[in-house]
Write a protein that binds this ligand. Structure first.
Ligand code: PLP
Length: 414
């Protein structure tokens, strides 16, 4: 499998040399990277030493079309040669077309509006500003929530290890346990007069692929309507066909007041978006309330438009549902897999033992990139174009790994 190239005086492989350079030049925010990646094609990536991996992480739910999709590459190249960037003192056709397309896909009512950012964090920052503009100050967010690392988005992110070094964070944020309807009712009742927004991820990806129930989402919708608060759905990870619907809320028959998007929207090009549903939400941010140099630039908009077009042309929503159902069935049959959570190609493989980090490491060594968001969960967020045959190669590996290193919790564990 390896086409090993050596480099440098110590005779180290190129990847090892590159990792040393990384360590000397980049801040340590991400720890030591697993590999140095050099290129990608479809659902595969190759590292700096020529080793191939099936990419079941997709840049964490970003490379929606896989790597190097010809239509996406061509759209970016054409737009780069035409008009790569313009300030927001000017409008561009791709920016307008992308906003129209998103409103259309979201089935957003008259008066709905879009704001473009460059990432999920920034999209959530804009949504936080919208919450502030309601004139009320309290936000309800969920235990396990992840909304980003800027100080605003961090204020509604739950993990103490991320928050503590940067306290105090903005505003009044009340965290409630996910899917606990009584706790949500109680928190809303306590803060009713000052409640600006409830922020929810329809499936908590970073917490370990934990879906909110239909009833819980419906209750959040009902309570926010009753108290004139915003229901903000963070669909940064779940949006853009990832769950087998254009947006996850469409699986639940509700519509939010605000939705944030990023990750898969650009198919690998950085772009974020906020969709405000209806005239009230659509008018919360007015002239001078927010801005972004790069947000909605024509290059990013062209990449996003190409991503949406390919998803539609290649009928990837139906494909995602089919591959997901197949994967689920096969994964659930593996000893030590207690459940498979999530929707579409945002899947969490729940393990009987906290073996996910070790399995993910063994998987990479065997040529499969998966990620352990929690000690007992492996996450799969591959390209929406992943084929059943590709998925099967990973299932076969996991079956064989489970046979040799059982994670059933009975007897020997990895
Ligand atoms: N919201 C959710 C649900 C996410 O999963 C993430 C990233 O993992 C973010 C927000 C932050 O997005 P970004 O890293 O693009 O700023």
């Amino acid at each position: 499998m390896s086409d090993l190239t050596t480099h440098g005086e110590a005779g180290l492989a190129k990847g090892a040399v590159d990792l040393q350079r990384y360590g000397h030049a980049l801040m340590g925010t991400f720890g030591v990277p697993m590999r140095v990646l050099a290129r990608g094609e479809g659902s595969y990536v190759w590292d700096a030493d020529g080793n191939r991996y099936l990419d079941l992480l997709g840049g964490i739910a970003v490379n929606a079309l896989g790597h190097g999709h010809p239509a996406w590459v061509e759209a970016i190249a054409t737009q780069a040669a035409t008009l790569a960037h313009a300030s927001n003192f000017f409008a561009t056709e791709p920016q307008i077309a992308l906003a129209e397309r998103l409103l259309d896909l979201a089935q957003a009512p008259t008066g709905s509006r879009v704001f473009f950012a460059n990432s999920g964090t920034e999209a959530n920052e804009a949504a936080l500003k919208m919450a502030r503009k309601t004139g009320k100050g309290t936000i309800i967010a969920l235990e396990g929530a992840f909304h980003g690392r800027s100080t605003g988005a961090l204020a509604i992110t739950h993990k103490e290890a991320y928050r503590a070094p940067f306290a105090p964070l903005i505003g009044t944020v009340v965290f409630v346990p996910a899917n606990d309807e009584d706790a949500l009712r109680a928190a809303v009742a306590e803060h009713a007069s000052d409640l600006s927004a409830i922020f929810l991820e329809p499936i908590q990806g970073e917490a370990g692929v934990k879906p909110l129930t239909h009833a819980y989402l419906a209750l959040a919708r009902e309570l926010t309507l009753r108290h004139q608060a915003l229901l903000v759905l963070d669909e940064v990870q779940t949006g853009v066909a990832r769950t087998g619907a254009w947006f996850a809320y469409q699986l639940h028959g509700i519509q939010p007041d605000v939705m944030t998007l990023a990750k898969g929207l650009g198919g690998g090009f950085p772009v974020g978006a906020v969709i405000a549903f209806g005239a009230h939400a659509g008018a919360l941010l007015g002239k001078g309330d927010h801005g972004s140099t790069f947000g909605g630039n024509p290059l990013a908009a062209a990449a996003a438009l190409a991503t949406l077009r390919v998803i539609e042309d290649e009928q990837l929503i139906a494909h995602v549902k089919a591959v997901s159902a197949h994967l689920r069935e096969r994964l659930e049959a593996i000893p030590g897999v207690v459940e498979v959570r999530g929707e579409g190609l945002l899947l969490g493989i729940g393990l009987a033992t906290p073996a996910s980090a070790e399995i993910a490491q063994a998987a990479v060594a065997a040529g499969f990139i998966v990620n352990p968001p929690s000690p007992d969960t492996l996450r799969l967020v591959p390209a929406l174009t992943l084929t059943t045959a590709e998925a099967d190669t990973f299932v076969a590996w996991l079956e064989s790994h489970a046979a040799h290193h059982p994670f059933t919790g009975e007897g020997e564990t990895t």
